[in-house]
Ligand binder design. Structure first.
Ligand SMILES: *Cc1c(COP(=O)(O)O)cnc(C)c1O
Length: 398
């Protein structure tokens, strides 16, 4: 459906209807939990007949049930131009399956230097052991990536904004260079989701989400997805089947449930995070705020050009001070939890040390770095909490 003015439906509308096929929901509003391992057949002939036609038909639990198909379908619908989606038990499992569907021994991966740390470990651990080399590249390389593409380069993995430091990558320029050389492109799109950055429409071949974050949205389930452009889905699905990948029906149900409010949640995460980021930028204890929507941030112009908005995760660099002073700030926060992950309804603060996860780029931060996930609490309450934290930092520093 299109609106009278010819524009496609808004995200807030699309996330409500996505994946809710009547034959799977049977009239129930949100696709319910269909748990299964064994599926029973009426006869040997039916059992044999089904083998060659398992797509969206009950076959065996590992191939999923309408609970998984509904969420996968919904995520495909949210990526204009995509062919299909496969779901995984975590974001890292999704990244691993996507890379293994593309790379073979002897191939080389170009991996952004600001990638999520477990992605780096996958490349330097398992992939290396399988005879797949990795070269890291500067997140701001843009079209300059063409010079790094060699004989064996088979894939380029992007993540934009980068983990911890939020550099925004010039995805269209990297995709153009990759296409010219027949190299497959992948992106970890967890921060933006397809609502803020439709990766397939930007020419990316495989887009990966840690659904654990904004899709689930309530910090109560682990889930991952890979959505493929036409021509890339069959190999992704076959690889994932061969790896025995299946996301649990219960967790997919939580994913579908979270998805319905994702557009509205993202708007609030964006507004609150921006308000807090701008406030932090004015505080004397803060050397720099690492948020893609702030002028001067690495890749800010690309962000304005390509993204439809920001989500709720960003970092800031303290002015001087050491690890102990940073801990004084974080430990006393009352409204921010201290913990990994993000994308839920609750705010989190995490001490991070980006330089430990860099191979080809260096940082000279003025002090320790804190990453904030801004949840759905009132932003002024969060600012008051952070203000008290910066006072503690100041005293601990002296
Ligand atoms: C959390 C995260 C992942 C991994 O997701 P899990 O579900 O925790 O495995 C991948 N990429 C990014 C950018 C993340 O923040």
């Amino acid at each position: 459906m299109k609106r009278d003015d010819g524009r496609p439906l808004d995200h807030a509308t699309r996330v409500v209807s996505a994946g809710r096929r009547a034959e799977w929901t049977q009239g129930i509003v949100n696709p319910p939990v269909w748990r299964a391992s064994t599926i029973l057949y009426d006869s040997v002939a039916e059992l044999r007949g089904r083998v060659n036609d398992t797509h969206h038909r009950l076959f065996y639990g590992r191939r999923g049930t309408p609970t998984q198909w509904a969420l996968a379908d919904a995520l495909t619908e949210l990526e204009p131009g995509a062919e299909g989606t496969f779901l995984y038990c975590s974001g890292v499992a999704a990244l691993a399956a996507a890379l293994l569907s593309v790379l073979s021994p002897g191939d080389e991966l170009l991996l952004v230097d600001s990638a999520y740390d477990p992605t780096r470990s996958l490349a330097t651990g398992l992939l290396k052991r399988m005879g797949i080399g990795t070269r890291f590249y500067d997140p701001l390389i843009g079209g300059g990536i063409a010079e790094l593409i060699g004989e064996d380069t088979r894939a380029i993995l992007m993540e934009s904004p980068g983990s911890l430091t939020m550099e925004v990558q010039d995805v269209p320029a990297i995709v153009a260079a990759a296409k010219a050389r027949g190299v497959t492109t992948l992106i970890d799109n967890t921060w933006a989701t397809p609502l803020l950055f439709p990766a397939i429409a930007h020419g990316v071949d495989l887009t990966i989400l840690a659904c654990t974050k904004y899709v689930v949205g309530h910090s109560d389930a682990m889930l991952g997805s890979v959505t493929a452009a036409p021509g890339h889905f069959a190999r992704l699905r076959d690889t994932s089947f061969q790896l025995g990948q299946v996301a649990s029906a219960d967790d997919c149900w939580l994913g579908s449930r979270g998805l319905r409010t994702m557009a509205m949640r993202l708007k609030q995460h964006e507004a609150s995070a921006l308000k807090i980021a701008r406030w932090l930028a004015e505080q004397p204890q803060v050397a720099r705020v690492l948020h893609p929507a702030l002028p001067g941030h690495p890749g800010h112009e690309v962000f304005l050009r390509d993204f439809k908005g920001a989500s709720g995760l960003f970092s800031f660099v303290l002015e001087g001070g050491d690890d102990a002073a940073r801990s004084a700030l974080i430990d006393g926060l009352e409204l921010f939890g201290i913990g990994y992950s993000w994308g839920g309804f609750e705010s989190l603060a995490l001490p991070v040390d980006p330089q430990r996860y860099r191979s080809v780029t260096t940082r000279d931060d003025a002090g320790p770095v804190v990453r904030l996930q801004i949840g759905l609490e009132d932003p002024d309450d969060l600012i008051a909490d952070l203000a008290a934290g910066l006072d503690r930092f100041e005293r601990a520093k002296a």
